[in-house]
Design a protein around this ligand. Structure first.
Ligand code: GTP
Ligand code: MG
Ligand code: ZN
Length: 356
């Protein structure tokens, strides 16, 4: 193993805790998934970048243990346990399947472009998913140079800070280089930052500004509706000088929040705090006397929009949990059916034996 390539692996985050994690796999060669193209993974190893084929379900950012099979081909022998994973469920997808967008990330940059009308609901949704990943959310406001005209810059920044309690908000302009150093300073060596935001929000432009060269393609947004053209189509790791790792990502359209982790409590802590002040323990927060939520709505300390947003996401999660439950029970009754069939087969066989 030559030293220049191990340096390259290090530049993709192979330090500290990850190196320790690999001590459990002494016979396997460490690799990280840089990009996933269907069954082919582009991975970085101490020998450099290479392609491997696999049936394992892997996500960009996964750490793998590689080995060789009898024919000398490189194969994936282990997918290391993930420290974090960013998961989403595609909206309108009736299945309960959720998709792992990114693995082993330390920061999720929720990207809010200032050049179009701000959507608080989308911000809250992305923040819940970001918290649920186990990584630390950051809010990155982009295109600060375009602020005037559509929205007052200060208004958006103030609204975002209020909607993202406990989250660092960084205002940037990739075009003018503002806020880029501030963002870079958030990223210790070995940490991985991925992005969550709509197409055309400026994710790839931000990466180019951080890296300092035209690393990723960028594409103009449409004039009328501010929509991007989905220029970036896959997730990809890009090492940053200084030791952090960036993960470019395609824009996400609407999605449902997949998991009831602590995301809801983090994003809507103010609302969940109110519940404790309701007179009745089982308050439904509708018409009950002494309901702290209704009181807060009436005196204006809780925004109606925010309350509706909270309820809507709560209903989605409940629906998903119910669908998962039904799917589980169905799988259960299928395996019960199988067990009965094999029991019958054995019973019939032993009866036949007795008769013969
Ligand atoms: N004025 C200005 N334009 C920007 C800035 N950042 C990005 N843009 C422009 O916004 C458009 C979209 O930028 P991208 O970086 O491609 O956006 P993206 O989020 O990667 O989009 P997808 O890959 O489609 O998800 C491009 O035309 C960029 O030049 C900025 O800070 N200021
Ligand atoms: Mg892009
Ligand atoms: Zn109540």
């Amino acid at each position: 193993m030559n030293s220049s390539s191990i340096d390259e692996l290090i530049s993709y985050g192979f330090i500290g805790r990850i190196v320790e994690q690999f001590q459990d796999y002494p016979d396997l060669e460490p690799a990280r998934v840089v990009r996933v193209d269907r069954q082919h993974l582009q991975v970085i190893t101490a020998q450099g970048l290479m392609l491997v084929k696999t049936n394992h379900s892997c996500a960009t950012g996964d750490w793998l243990g590689l080995s060789s099979n009898e024919s000398g081909e490189t194969v994936v022998s282990a997918v290391l346990p993930r420290s974090t994973q960013l998961v989403r469920k595609a909206a309108f997808d009736l299945s309960t399947e959720s998709q792992v967008l990114a693995a082993n990330i330390d920061f999720v940059g929720v990207v809010v472009p200032i050049d179009r009308p701000h959507s608080p609901g989308r911000l809250e949704r992305m923040l819940v998913a970001a918290w649920d990943s186990g990584a630390m959310p950051l809010v990155i406001l982009t295109k600060a140079d375009l602020a005037d005209g559509v929205n007052g810059n200060d208004d958006v920044v103030a609204a975002v800070i209020e909607q993202a309690p406990g989250v660092q908000v960084i205002t940037t302009s990739a075009e003018q280089g503002d806020g880029i150093d501030a963002l870079r300073e958030q990223l210790p060596p070995g940490s991985t930052l991925t992005f969550l935001g709509p197409s055309g929000a400026g994710k790839s432009s931000l990466i180019n500004a951080l890296v300092g060269s035209q690393q990723q393609d960028t594409g103009a947004v449409r004039d009328g509706d501010f929509k991007g053209k989905h220029t970036t189509t896959s997730r990809e790791l890009i090492p940053l000088a200084g030791g952090a790792v960036l993960m470019d990502a395609p824009g996400v359209r609407g999605f449902e929040v997949a998991d009831a982790g602590d995301g809801m409590a983090k994003v809507f802590g103010d609302i969940e705090g109110l519940f404790e002040n309701c007179r009745f323990n089982d308050c439904q927060h509708r018409f009950e006397p002494g309901c702290a939520v209704q009181e807060a709505l009436q005196n204006g300390s809780l925004e109606h929009r925010r309350w509706e947003s909270y309820q809507k996401m709560g209903r989605e999660m409940a629906r998903l949990a119910k669908r998962k439950d039904t799917a589980l029970r169905r799988a259960d009754s299928r395996s019960a059916g199988k067990a009965y069939k094999s029991f019958k087969k054995i019973r019939d066989q032993s009866r036949a034996e007795k008769l013969s």
